[in-house]
Design a binder for this molecule. Structure first.
Ligand code: ZN
Length: 230
């Protein structure tokens, strides 16, 4: 059993940061297409997010894409050092300056570094993330400049030539839906991901900023208004 596990880990090429949302689901599918699912591992973080259902979707998708490994890791210290509407069950979601109050300060910095540490231990030299700066809602850690800087930081911190792959950095949500469709995954991703800040899977509540962005992209891609799926 142990020998099998070691053999499996030796073949891993990429670690995907997977939240259970639309972007990271597509990112995992793309990594699996590029390298073969047997060479892709996914990591999901429990960081105190208000909707733990996300993790359930991440598990489902990792299985659905036949990824070699999926790990759920706790990074649950955020609520003791910062505050965010995403960390609190009852907070009202609103804009606060440049960002919505759903920003979790520094979240992707921790996620990418932790994923890189795991990647090194697996001998995998790629970390994939679904972040996008096109539709980035004002989150500073979704910008290209941050991803490049964090890649450099991880390389130095780990003395390991890890590469950060962020295929949607400059893609819009509409372009992501188009890609999902071209991979035969539009319905799967639409129905089995959770992006809604109110914790409603699939098409979501339709009212929060995440649902509005997702819906706008879908309608832009499909060329018109789309009825919500239950
Ligand atoms: Zn919503």
């Amino acid at each position: 059993m142990q020998r099998k596990q070691v053999r499996q880990e030796q073949g891993i090429k990429a670690v995907v940061v997977m939240s259970g949302g639309q972007d990271s689901a597509l990112c995992a599918a793309l990594a699996a297409r590029n390298h073969g699912p047997e060479r892709v591992a996914a990591i999901t973080f429990r960081y105190g997010q208000r909707h733990s259902l996300e993790t359930k979707y991440a598990r489902f998708l990792a299985r659905r894409f036949s990824l070699a490994m999926h790990k759920v890791v706790k990074l649950d210290f955020f609520d003791s050092i910062t505050s965010s509407a995403l960390l609190s069950k009852n907070a009202k979601i609103e804009r606060a300056g440049k960002c919505p109050n759903t920003v979790v300060e520094g979240r992707n910095a921790f996620f990418l570094m932790a994923a890189a540490v795991w990647a090194k231990s697996l001998g995998a030299d790629e970390v994939w993330t679904g972040v996008s700066q096109t539709d980035y809602s004002g989150y500073p850690d979704c910008r290209a400049a941050f991803v490049r800087a964090q890649e450099k930081a991880a390389r130095l911190a780990l003395d390991f030539p890890v590469k950060f792959k962020a295929p949607f950095l400059r893609k819009t949500k509409a372009q992501e839906w188009a890609l999902a469709d071209s991979m035969g995954l539009l319905d799967l991703i639409r129905e089995n991901t959770l992006t809604c800040y109110n914790g409603i899977p699939g098409d979501g509540c339709g009212k929060c900023p995440a649902c509005i962005l997702r819906r706008k992209g879908l309608e832009e891609y499909l060329g018109g208004a789309v009825p919500s799926k239950p």
